[in-house]
Design a protein. Sequence first.
Length: 172
Amino acid sequence: MSDINTSGHEEVHTGPIKTPKQLLQAVFLSFVVPVFLIIGIVYFVTSANKPAAGAVDLEQAVTARIQKVGRVEIRDANRAMRTGEQVFGAVCTACHTAGLVGAPKFGDAAAWAPRIKTGFDSLLNSALKGKNAMPAQGGGDYADFEIARAITYMANAGGAKFPEPVQPAAAK
């Protein structure tokens, strides 16, 4: 009924695999070779001793990571008190030189004027306890007397006429 004759138009389909043995070899190699390549790459990546980012000395970096959480630090109670300029340079300058996060710039009389009007005790209280974005003691670890010196130094540079604080007498 049909006039289609397939016997004369049959094309021979051939490929590189002609025997069942070649087929088994091709299947085996297509699975085994990639597995060994992956194992080799993983070994290469994990074999080197790589320090943490930025760590030059691996032993020092590990020691820093596993140090104890707390420690006792004994400081000299009889050390010389720092001047207002020294405390300003160590802690306060980070924000007050550039005027970051609302901090009045060092020497800017217009910015310091409303603060100076509140008085020295108010400024000292704000510095010791923290205010707005400024942490307590400006984030430093200084005696209250040293913080008072720093406030006097900054406020006087902004137009105040606060006297230099007097160091309290040592308790006997």
